[in-house]
Ligand binder design. Structure first.
Ligand SMILES: Cc1cc2nc3c(=O)[nH]c(=O)nc-3n(C[C@H](O)[C@H](O)[C@H](O)COP(=O)(O)O)c2cc1C
Length: 314
């Protein structure tokens, strides 16, 4: 069997929060590193919720790299001060976010067409914080894949721990397919450990990308893990979990999320119900359609729980 690659859990704003990460690590595991969804400066401030999400006591037994998104060095500095105050020694810089509101202000993949700005931001980061290991999570470009290739000489000369590349363009958002030929062009020229990210849903998908790109340093998975939280563990052990084990873990995972979100959210039943429904936006997409529909239609916690029990009964 070929060597196993490290699997990292991609950051997903609104989904992979501290409660989710801790429950996932404890119950399913198989992940080498989790990333926080990006932390940003909004109206001069960092959201209190984002700060709470970084606290070590909310991330016990979770190998965690915090991620930041910033259009300039001042904002990066503000966020880095927080990361350092919380004791982190690694940080990931987001150059991939495609959300138009952020991208048009040169955040995330919106900065990729401006190599001078990327240079300024990254050179500042690595020289101002030599004690921190920086990684970059990026897309191919905003408008075309030449943008990432044009950045390669700069990226290669910076002391980065690794690069994560999601081979789509910012302007595509999540539409269309990943561009493996463009990934390959970047892979060929990249001198840093490179991680592949995008559209991997099964163990076979992971193996096929690992086979095609044998020098990959790892794999980063987002939605595939939200859909099947056992995916990384299954890749690691080389076979699927038995139906019984998977059912038991899913029931524990759900119970843990329900109870922890219940403790955390102070907005009453409806807030908890809505939070749990976001979990089901991606979880088990191929489960019984009627049962999934009943979950999304539930307007009270008791009908919600009945629908979940129905679905997870096994
Ligand atoms: C709802 C949602 C939220 C996301 N939030 C972040 C984020 O905070 N930081 C980031 O780098 N990427 C974010 N992403 C991108 C994912 O990390 C990942 O790069 C993308 O979903 C492709 O990988 P996948 O096909 O394995 O999900 C987000 C994606 C989605 C769908």
């Amino acid at each position: 069997m070929p060597d196993l690659l490290p699997i990292h859990f991609a950051p997903l704003q609104g989904y992979t929060d501290a409660v989710y990460r801790q429950a996932h690590a404890r119950i399913f595991g198989g992940i080498d590193t989790y990333y926080t969804p990006f932390v940003r400066v909004e109206h001069g401030e960092i959201r209190r919720k984002d700060i709470r999400e970084l606290e070590p006591e909310n991330n016990r037994n979770v190998p965690l790299v915090p991620q930041l998104i910033a259009p300039d060095t001042e904002k990066l500095e503000q966020i880095m001060s927080l990361f350092i105050a919380k004791g982190f020694t690694c940080a990931d810089i987001n150059l991939g976010c495609p959300f138009p509101l952020l991208a048009k202000r040169h955040n995330g993949s919106g900065m990729l067409p401006y190599p001078d700005e990327v240079r300024q931001l990254l050179e500042f980061a690595v020289s101002r914080y030599p004690q921190i290991r920086f990684s970059v999570k990026m897309r191919l470009g905003w408008e075309n894949p030449e943008e990432s290739l044009a950045l390669l000489p700069l990226l290669n000369e910076l002391p980065l721990s690794h690069i994560i590349l999601h081979p789509r363009l910012g302007k595509q958002q999540y539409k269309g397919s990943v561009d493996l030929a463009a990934f390959e062009a970047f892979y060929d020229g990249c001198r840093h450990p490179l991680f592949y990210n995008g559209d991997l849903l099964t163990v076979a998908d992971i193996r096929s990308v690992a086979l095609r790109f044998p020098r990959l340093a790892g794999i980063v998975i987002g939605r595939g893990l939200l859909a099947n939280p056992a995916l990384a563990a299954e890749y690691r052990q080389g076979e699927p979990l038995s139906a019984d084990e998977k059912g038991e873990k899913l029931r524990r995972f759900h119970a843990e999320l329900f109870s922890q979100y219940g403790n955390l959210l102070q907005g009453g039943d409806l807030q908890l119900l809505n939070k749990m429904k976001t979990v089901w936006e991606y979880l088990l997409p191929n489960a019984d359609r009627k049962a999934r529909k009943a979950i999304h239609k539930a307007t009270r916690l008791d009908t919600y729980q009945t629908a979940v029990n129905q679905l997870l009964r096994g």
